[in-house]
Design a binder for this molecule. Structure first.
Ligand code: C5P
Length: 290
């Protein structure tokens, strides 16, 4: 099972010489899952099948985003990278059942790839440490290493330097995933790094103390205004979220999905029902996981 994530805090610092931006972000996994299948292939080949679960908007044809089954899929890239380093003769038949919306800032593809790395490490009996897997994971995508461990984390660098946080408490959220996504690269390109970056500590402190109202006011995502210039869905989600009584709301990652912080599960379900009739895309009440 590969969970989605949301960014409760995302501050963009300077652009680096390698083209990436220096980040500080608070990521929390949520209980919205893809399923990743891994089977050893004694012929030494890597293959992938991918199925979009019934009821989701992402369809392989004629839908929102097509999920590649070839070498462009992050799962295949990650397994190929592990094989090159550690197990050149091994093969795998990989399968994906997609439920997490793609190109939505929920990192479904990264989560799938991290889960596949862990599965391969086990099935191929490679005994690589999490740190070793994280090195390979970071080559494939900035937010892959986060998914190699449990629970929430502050991620820095380009997102690959992971520091777990224990004291977040369980959070209840409503996530809106519009029918159109955005490419991460486009959103970063449109984003101007912060002149005076916001600190993450006040939000961490509010969450650790269970001060949800305060935490709601401290949610931050520097990429949101850039994404809103590229997709009309961001402002639409913002306007509708404003009409609810969530404690705070913002875009996740580089969008287009958008979430609101709720008091508890009942509150989250009520807000999800309220937003579910507005034509905003998929709406789901979730809780932080792990
Ligand atoms: O590493 P990942 O594949 O997730 O990044 C996709 C793109 O997003 C990068 O090529 C880069 O343009 C942008 N990005 C960035 N700074 C980051 C992470 C991603 O500029 N910290």
């Amino acid at each position: 099972m590969a969970p989605a994530k949301v960014n409760l805090f995302l501050e963009v610092h300077a652009k680096r010489l390698d083209g990436y931006h220096e980040l500080e972000t608070l990521l929390a996994p949520v209980d919205w899952f893809d399923t990743v299948y891994f089977k050893d292939d004694p012929r030494g080949q890597i293959s992938l099948w991918c199925e979009v679960a019934a009821g989701s908007h992402d369809r392989k044809r004629g839908g929102r985003v097509s999920i590649p089954e070839g070498p462009d899929n992050l799962v295949v890239k990650a397994i190929e990278a592990l094989r090159r380093r550690a197990a050149p003769t091994r093969g795998a038949r990989l399968g994906l059942v997609k439920r997490i919306p793609a190109a939505a800032g929920l990192a479904g593809g990264s989560s799938d790839a991290a889960a596949a790395l862990v599965a391969a490490n086990h099935a191929w009996q490679l005994r690589r440490t999490t740190e070793e897997l994280a090195e390979i994971a970071a080559e494939i995508g900035s937010d892959l290493p986060f998914f190699l461990g449990p629970g929430a984390a502050i991620c820095r660098g380009r997102g690959e330097r992971v520091e777990r946080v224990a004291s977040l408490g369980q959070l209840h959220l409503v996530v809106v995933a519009p029918p159109d996504g955005l490419a991460t690269v486009d959103v970063y390109r449109a984003c101007r790094p912060a002149d005076s970056p916001r600190p993450i500590e006040p939000l961490l402190d509010a969450l650790a103390k269970g001060h949800l109202d305060k935490a709601g006011r401290l949610l931050t995502n520097r990429l949101q205004s850039a994404a809103a210039r590229l997709s009309p869905w961001i402002e639409r989600a913002e306007v509708h979220m404003d009409q609810t009584d969530v404690l705070g709301h913002q875009m996740s990652g580089s969008g287009t999905s958008y979430f609101g912080l709720c008091r508890n599960a009942t509150h989250a379900r009520r807000v999800a029902r309220q937003l579910g009739t507005r034509g905003l895309g998929r709406v789901r009440a979730v809780r932080t996981w792990g």
